[in-house]
Design a protein around this ligand. Sequence first.
Ligand SMILES: [Zn+2]
Length: 210
Amino acid sequence: MKRLIYAGKSFILYLCLLSSHQFANTLRPSVRVWAIFVFWVSEELILTQVNKVENGVVVAMAYSLHLDDGEMIDSAPADAPLTYLHGHQNIIPGLERELTGLTIGDEKDVAVAPADGYGEYDEDAKQLIATNLFPDDIELEEGMALQLQDDDGNVHQAFVDNVQKDQVLIDFNHPLAGRTLHFNVKIVELRAATAEEIAHSHVHDDEHVH
Ligand SMILES: [Zn+2]
């Protein structure tokens, strides 16, 4: 974005130089002033387009995530922020909603209730599965994440709750289900998403290019 602005400024400078020479002599002075004004306004429009968090903006944010008991379970520093495309359900809804309208440098504490985070904890979303149904090369251990496919071919994310002799208790709740999430967020950088990013509903950067 900064590069775009500098390019805009250089172009205006170029126009000014040009207008003081041969081409400009054919224009009335008032027209010259208007030309410069139009470029100044378009430059301002480029700036205002991405000065706040809204749909279609790529947001870079530093954050920390604590649970009710104060335990910090996740974070990203300002020099290695989390980047996501706003308005495309790339982060939990309760957080995304609260970030709308923030600008660069803004800091905010957001408490997200389970319903707006990883869901309420469902006691019935557990299932005992015989260990011999798992491939032999999988070493099942508590807390392990699994992708399980049901009879209809749908893939479910699940976690190993408890390993017993011949069976495993699988928990289909997200590990953070039922937990209130306390975020502290600081907006580090904003830019307009490219048309391709909007079409893919995610950010393309150094780690994700295709
Ligand atoms: Zn993509």
